[in-house]
Design a protein around this ligand. Structure first.
Ligand SMILES: Nc1ncnc2c1ncn2[C@@H]1O[C@H](COP(=O)(O)OP(=O)(O)OP(=O)(O)O)[C@@H](O)[C@H]1O
Length: 281
């Protein structure tokens, strides 16, 4: 599909299992020549890239580049005007969001979307409910299956809160959590749906450097559990430090794709970020 799909010769960074996992090259999500227009605005213009199982892929670009639109197309919120997106070999187009969740894709949002009047634990249990099989009858009459799923859902939610580092806050209302804790809670809730692909939309927005470093560790841990990660992020240092590969958008077009070091040194990318005209780059 793209000119940069050769197997990387060296890992993106020391300690990352990128080579072993990425070299198998099993496509998980394929963005196939996607164009998306909002009236006269071309938010995505023939964008084409593949996300492989086991990698952390960064999707970056300046403000208005089309990152969120691309994310929304991948997660079924927007339909491409042209082209298509396949997840695990199946077309995303026409699928409802809950169906996409069941297929194994989860996401967080740029603006935190939690249930503020529910506890941290309850927020995660809502995510876990996505896979419950209890029928209405079993729930109404509190049949054994209902109680078993309730217990399992709660245990799972506690484990996930532990994993993201906020188990000690599980009985607190979401609205009372700090900003950083709320972001972690969003990630725990997304993980509760048992995703194979986790899409994070600017998870470090508003974080200080120490919080960003902690988030970076968490993203690596998530990948190490076998979950593929797609990361939209403004902070170049964070993206460079955690991703295996990067796709760069500018004005709705893909301008670069490759290993972090390649992308960092790409004159088009430097120009896009520094605002240098293209022909001067
Ligand atoms: N619902 C919409 N209706 C009309 N235009 C839209 C809509 N959503 C996005 N756009 C336009 O599409 C383009 C891409 O926007 P998008 O939000 O995807 O960029 P982005 O890279 O995520 O930017 P940011 O980093 O600022 O979040 C912009 O020109 C934006 O104004």
């Amino acid at each position: 599909m793209s000119d940069t799909e050769q197997t990387p010769a060296v890992p993106a960074q020391a300690g990352a299992p990128a080579v072993e996992t990425v070299s198998r090259r099993e496509p998980l999500l394929e963005v196939d020549h996607v164009t998306l227009r909002f009236g006269g605005v071309v938010a995505l213009n023939d964008v084409d890239f593949t996300l492989y199982k086991g990698e952390i892929l960064g999707l970056i670009g300046p403000n208005g580049a089309g990152k969120t639109t691309c994310f929304n197309a991948m997660t079924g919120i927007y339909q491409p005007t042209e082209g298509q997106i396949r997840f695990r070999g199946q077309k995303i187009s026409g699928k409802k969001r809950h169906q996409i969740t069941k297929m194994g894709m989860a996401r967080t949002f740029q603006n935190i979307r939690l249930f503020p009047e529910m506890t941290a634990l309850e927020n995660v249990q809502v995510g876990a409910d996505a896979h419950h099989k209890t029928s209405v009858v079993a729930a109404l009459f509190r049949l054994p299956r209902y109680w078993r799923e309730e217990r399992e859902g709660r245990e799972k939610a506690e484990r996930l809160l532990e994993f993201v580092g906020i188990r000690h806050r599980m009985h607190e209302f979401a609205r009372n959590l700090s900003y950083g804790e709320q972001r972690r809670l969003e990630i725990a809730r997304a993980l509760a749906t048992d995703p194979v692909l986790l899409c994070l939309d600017e998870p470090a927005a508003g974080f200080n450097p120490a919080e960003k470093e902690e988030l970076l560790q968490l993203i690596r841990q998530i990948r190490d559990t076998g979950v593929t990660v797609l990361l939209i992020e403004h902070d170049m240092r964070l993206v460079m430090g955690v991703t295996d590969r990067i796709v760069v958008l500018e004005f709705g077009k893909k301008i670069a794709e490759g290993l972090p070091a390649e992308v960092r040194d790409n004159p088009k990318v430097i120009a896009a970020y520094l605002g240098v005209p293209d022909d001067a780059a």
